[in-house]
Design a binder for this molecule. Structure first.
Ligand code: ATP
Ligand code: MG
Length: 510
């Protein structure tokens, strides 16, 4: 049933109108034809009663001499005695004299039906095989016989049929006209609603979650005093509220951004001073007592780290503000090679720290070391793989920011996975987009982390990460850089397979 319902309100209203009208016409049609039929039958009965059994009586003498004066054409007469039809005839109306009556060949069933007719003098309808439908009336004759007189119902049926045909044509035309006119009228009446829907659709496709959004669309029909006007006015009021809320959100965001940028700038100078003084003091290392030397080293390291955090926050604030980035053709392949090179070097340095003091850790590189050193080194390092196209892939963008974005992925794959993990960095081109993927075979992200791993200050294990110097800003920066370039980031993670991807357009969006 629902499948038959039109999709638009316009269609539903038009269909409703047509169905209602058709139902009314069918009712009127049935009513008028029934009334006409019963009216005509009543008139026929009156005629039958007025004519009396004169014709039937006259048949008793001789068919040819039957008294047909004043009898309607088609009048049927019959006489029955002792349950047998003795005479019958029908007025054929050819002339008033001579053989203008005809014998009727009544079938056995016709005869039975006639004889079964009540002799109360009131008319009854019978369908005779020889004559068709008749109104018939039986009366008792003077000499104990029964006299039947009947008039055909065919003229009544013909008249009723004519009326029905005329009504069908007339009402059918009216329904078609109503469908066409109704559709046009409904369309006209619903046009304001269409405008409301268009406005609502336009607003619904706007992305209001972030950025500077001007919500200046309004419904044009809000002045009307009907339902559409009310809906329009409510929608406009709602849009006004949403617009206010958006403006407030944007103001708060702007203030927060300005605050982060200002605070960053203000912190930079004292931080640089702290670091500078610490470095200066450390130059006279041999004159300083060991515990003070340790404190100074820590001050220098921590102020360096704080400098990095401040730089990250400043960069994020700048990206948030939508400041234009530098734009040149950046060789993404080269960025990947550099990042992996750096990661390998960091791996080696760590391995060097962990294995032996005499630098056997990097012995695998020149292939001269003994087997034990090689195995130990492999255990403390990652296995790096590259999956790059033969031709260099370039994208338009800011080389420093993109390098940072790529390095964040690669560093994470090194820092947040155990040694021995295989890391594959690949680049692939899909139509007008480039996909850079960093895949590792490490333990992966905790399920609750996957959704918010690109948010600021999200870290796997906050307590441990803080101690290890991680801030949770790396992926947030990567995402901001990707979005500033018209691209996006993504992650899929399960134990044994974690893929971070960066998708960038190959042509500049602007
Ligand atoms: N390849 C990975 N495997 C497992 N966990 C990861 C991986 N990459 C990131 N993570 C998790 O996601 C968290 C957020 O990463 P993100 O780079 O944003 O911050 P961070 O590395 O902790 O700090 P920062 O990069 O700012 O020094 C990490 O703390 C880590 O728990
Ligand atoms: Mg990181």
């Amino acid at each position: 049933m629902t499948r038959l319902r039109p999709r638009t309100l316009r269609g539903q209203l038009t269909l409703g109108l047509v169905v209602l009208l058709a139902a009314i016409f069918v009712g009127v049609g049935i009513g008028t034809t029934t009334l006409l039929h019963s009216f005509l039958v009543t008139r026929l009965d009156q005629q039958l009663t007025a004519a009396g059994p004169r014709y039937a009586q006259s048949l008793e003498h001789e068919l040819a001499a039957a008294d047909t004066r004043g009898q309607t054409q088609g009048t049927f007469g019959a006489r029955a005695a002792d349950n047998v039809i003795t005479q019958d005839g029908v007025v054929d109306g050819t002339s008033m004299t001579g053989d203008n009556t005809g014998q009727v060949n009544l079938s056995a069933a016709d005869t039975r039906a006639l004889l079964a007719l009540p002799t109360d003098g009131s008319p009854h309808t019978l369908c005779l095989a020889a004559l068709g439908e008749y109104r018939l009336r039986a009366v008792k004759g003077a000499d104990g016989d029964f006299l039947f007189t009947g008039l055909p119902l065919s003229p009544v049926s013909a008249t009723v049929r004519e009326l029905a045909t005329a009504e069908f044509a007339l009402f059918g035309g009216a329904v078609v006209a109503a469908a066409l006119g109704g559709a046009a009228w409904v369309r006209l009446a619903l046009r304001p609603l269409d405008r409301v829907a268009t406005t609502a659709e336009r607003v619904s496709t706007m992305s209001l979650a972030s950025g500077e959004v001007a919500l200046d669309v309004r419904v044009p029909d809000a002045e009307r005093h009907d339902e559409v006007g009310r809906v329009g006015a409510s929608l406009n009021r709602m849009l006004g509220h949403v617009g206010d809320a958006l403006a407030r959100r944007q103001a708060v965001e702007r203030r927060l951004r300005d605050f982060a940028a200002d605070a960053g700038h203000e912190l930079r100078t004292p931080l640089a001073a702290v670091r500078g003084h610490a470095e200066l003091a450390l130059r006279r290392g041999d004159e300083i007592p060991p515990d003070a030397l340790h404190a100074l080293t820590r001050i220098e390291a921590e102020s360096r780290r704080m400098g990095t955090i401040v730089d990250d926050l400043l960069l994020l604030a700048r990206l948030d503000a939508g400041r234009p980035l530098e734009s040149t053709e950046v060789d993404l392949t080269l960025l990947v090679l550099n990042a992996v090179d750096d990661a390998q070097a960091a791996d080696l340095a760590k391995a060097g720290d962990g294995v032996t003091a005499d630098g056997t850790a990097d012995a695998t590189a020149d292939g001269t070391a003994d087997g034990t050193a090689e195995v130990t080194a492999a255990l403390t390092r990652h296995e790096w793989r590259l999956d790059l196209p033969t031709d260099p892939v370039t994208v338009p963008g800011d080389p420093h920011r993109l390098a940072q974005a790529v390095a964040n992925f690669v560093t994470n794959a090194r820092v947040h996975t155990p040694a021995g993990t295989r890391v594959t960095v690949g680049i692939s081109v899909h139509a007008d987009r480039v996909r850079l993927a960093v895949e590792d075979t490490g333990p992966g992200l905790a399920p609750d982390l996957t959704d918010r791993v690109f948010d600021r200050f999200t870290r796997g294990d906050p307590a441990r990460s803080r101690a290890s110097g991680s801030t949770g800003l790396g992926l947030a920066i990567t995402r901001a850089v990707a979005e500033a370039h018209g691209g996006r980031v993504g992650v899929i993670s399960e134990p044994g397979r974690t893929v971070f991807e960066l998708v960038l357009p190959m042509r500049s969006a602007t």
